[in-house]
Design a protein around this ligand. Structure first.
Ligand SMILES: Nc1ncnc2c1ncn2[C@@H]1O[C@H](COP(=O)(O)OP(=O)(O)OP(=O)(O)O)[C@@H](O)[C@H]1O
Length: 307
């Protein structure tokens, strides 16, 4: 068996001394599309250019957040090799770090919407060159019940699917697992009306997503502006019965969701999403409990490496 040199990663509780200017790659080996070979190519290219790079594989959920919150973490660039959930962990960890490093992304993950948002390349060499060149943009993010999110926070049908999708199915089938779970969930569920307040205005709907990004669920555009622009938009759908969900799904595929009947897209600074009973919620594609959600835009940013 081939043993890679990083196969025995250091404990996050006993971080190795790290030099300023160095690169730490935190890789989630359970993320969709994970490839040790790909990581090694990125590392080798960086080292070839004289850039010191260490790879650590996570051993449990939450480890990226722990490493990113650790004040002893003193690297110039923290690279997340994983999906949107892993990136959210890093962002959350950075909230507790006195001087967080800049963020870079090696896009694994089932969807990796942030990689689309930042137009990241898919080739190892090109990604290494982004890390090496150090060109940054400011990544804006919002807060949902005080928790940071970079893509979206939502309540309703999509969050129910995120809660229900079995991990084994997601690992086996990737995005198709969400489609299968959506079909299974869609026919048995009870619709719950949501009340959404947007900077004081109240609207009602069955599904609401506060989007900090242009894309949703893949390369599908749902609102203007992106994660590197300030401000957020709320998309509210009036209906979520199975037939309406299919029609909204088609509109989403064609980038026409904002024009669909019963769809509203509005910019906002502060929003709440409430319901008579708890409705499933998600942020950045991972389960996030249930309503009520209190969402706010912030003027906080972190530097992220871009092409
Ligand atoms: N070693 C690990 N074992 C189990 N879970 C992990 C491990 N490392 C990270 N995780 C968790 O896995 C979750 C999902 O990972 P990630 O987002 O990287 O991949 P994904 O689910 O395939 O992609 P996406 O979020 O784009 O759909 C993260 O929220 C993270 O907490």
């Amino acid at each position: 068996m081939r043993v890679f040199w990083w196969s025995a990663p250091a404990s996050p509780r006993a971080p190795q001394p790290a030099t300023a200017g160095s690169v730490l790659i935190m890789a989630n080996p359970t993320s969709g599309g994970y490839s040790a070979r790909f990581l090694e190519k990125v590392r080798a290219r960086l080292e070839w250019h004289g850039c010191k790079a260490e790879i650590r594989l996570t051993r449990h959920a939450g480890e990226i957040g722990e490493v990113c919150a650790d004040p002893e973490l003193r690297v110039r660039t923290l690279v997340v090799a994983g999906g949107d959930g892993s990136i959210n962990e890093a962002l959350t960890g950075f909230q507790s770090h006195p001087n967080p490093p800049q963020l870079a992304v090696i896009p694994f993950g089932t969807a990796n919407v942030l990689a689309l948002e930042l137009a990241l390349p898919r080739k190892a060499r090109a990604i290494a060159d982004i890390i090496r060149r150090q060109k940054t943009r400011q990544l804006h993010y919002g807060l949902a019940n005080g928790h940071p999110f970079v893509l979206m926070a939502s309540a309703g049908f999509d969050a129910e699917v995120v809660h229900a999708v079995p991990l084994s199915l997601k690992r086996r089938l990737g995005k198709l697992a969400y489609v299968i779970t959506a079909i299974r969930t869609g026919f048995g569920r009870k619709e719950t009306p949501l009340t959404i307040t947007l900077d004081g205005d109240t609207i009602t709907g069955k599904f609401a997503v506060a989007s900090n990004a242009r894309h949703y669920g893949g390369p599908f555009v749902i609102c203007p502006g992106g994660a590197t622009d300030p401000g957020m938009h709320m998309l509210v759908l009036e209906r979520d019965d199975p037939w309406s969900s299919v029609l909204y799904g088609i509109a989403l595929l064609f980038g026409r969701i904002h024009k669909a009947r019963g769809a509203i897209v509005r910019p906002f600074s502060r929003a709440t999403i409430t319901a008579a009973g708890p409705v499933a919620a998600q942020i950045d594609g991972d389960p996030f409990g249930a309503t009520p959600l209190e969402i706010q835009t912030t003027d906080r940013t972190i530097p992220v490496l871009v092409p």
